[in-house]
Design a protein around this ligand. Structure first.
Ligand SMILES: [Zn+2]
Ligand SMILES: [Zn+2]
Length: 332
């Protein structure tokens, strides 16, 4: 499919700055008309919905740009049926802003090659929608241990030490909503982890028009295959929550922790990432900008193996539905 302008017939794209569909040819806003032109998809080739020219695509491409006419189009069968996304965070950061964020981060570093941050190079930057699964989990947790508290005092010429023993018991429940796991083989997991956090409150119902003007990929790892990764995140966060409630003891022994994580649902979502590839002395350097927050990630061509920006990984919007703590304290 392609989005055409009702005024001038040009290709309409989604503008992150205006938060509207925008015609770059006649400047009209929200004048788009969706034209369904099922493109003929061969394995790695497709015909442009606009000019019919053959366009090279990758195995999982769902939205692309025709190098012949420059128009953006969407591959219908890769956003429909089982591949229809439920949710999307549309790009909030436009190309110009993404370029500025990169320049600000990298321009003044020493020993960077000329042309590295030139506008001619930066023009090649493209916005990508990365496929994700968002899991909902319910977690039941229990914790048992023997804790000690120690008190010392002096009386006359004697020094006393009193050790109190406690049975520590916790019983908690938590609901985790939208735990994200990326479903793209091409996008390295480490990069997505570092580009987080996204503000998942801004997820909205998917509409195909948001893809116009960007590149996209359908999920290429199944939801079931990725469930263990979401479950591992939930268990690790649950364990942290449990352990945060048992402070104040000198020692904790005979610890028994059980965490039962139950999958409640899953949504298929697309998240925005700007990507800029710079080739220097035969090596490709990749730069990413979070398309929602502007967070920048990449390494300068001279520094080896150094990832510039680290981010804490925020796994989930955690809502504690039921929170029940029972402590049975027996001072001996
Ligand atoms: Zn127009
Ligand atoms: Zn074309």
């Amino acid at each position: 499919m392609i989005f055409r302008c009702k005024n001038c017939g040009g290709n309409i794209v989604y503008s992150p700055e205006k938060r509207k569909m925008c015609c770059p040819h006649c400047d009209s806003l929200d004048s788009e008309e969706r034209v369904d032109t099922p493109a003929l998809v061969e394995t790695y080739k497709v015909s442009c919905s606009s000019c019919g020219a053959p366009v090279d695509i990758k195995e999982h491409t769902s939205a692309t740009r025709c190098p012949n006419c420059g128009n953006y189009f969407i591959l219908d069968e890769r956003v429909e049926g089982q591949f229809k996304p439920h949710l999307i965070i549309p790009f909030k950061i436009g190309k110009k802003d993404a370029q500025e964020f990169l320049k600000k981060e990298f321009l003044n570093r020493p020993f960077t090659p000329a042309g590295f941050m030139s506008m001619a190079s930066l023009e090649k930057m493209e916005g990508n929608y990365v496929p994700f699964f968002m899991y909902d989990f319910h977690s039941d947790m229990t914790y048992q241990a023997v804790g000690t508290k120690v008190r010392s005092w002096t009386s006359g010429s004697y020094r006393y030490t009193e050790t109190s023993y406690y049975d520590v018991y916790r019983d908690m429940e938590a609901d985790f909503s939208r735990v994200p796991v990326d479903a793209s083989i091409a996008m390295e997991d480490g990069i997505m982890d570092l580009l987080e956090p996204y503000d998942y409150k801004q997820l909205e119902e998917h509409q195909d028009k948001y893809l116009s003007g960007f590149l996209g990929e359908k999920y290429n790892i199944g939801e079931r295959e990725l469930t263990p990764r979401a479950e591992a995140k939930v268990k690790s966060d649950s364990s942290e929550m449990l352990n945060a409630t048992v402070g104040g003891y000198a020692t904790l022994t005979n610890v028994h922790e059980t965490i039962n994580a139950i999958k409640k649902g899953v949504d298929y979502a697309l998240l925005p990432v700007w990507e800029y590839i710079y080739t220097y002395q035969g090596k490709e350097y990749k730069y990413h900008v979070n398309g929602q927050t502007g967070k920048v990630l990449g390494e300068t061509p001279v520094a080896k193996g150094k990832v510039v920006a680290y981010g804490c990984t925020v796994f989930a919007l955690v809502t504690i539905a039921g929170f029940l703590i029972r402590s049975l304290l027996f001072a001996l």
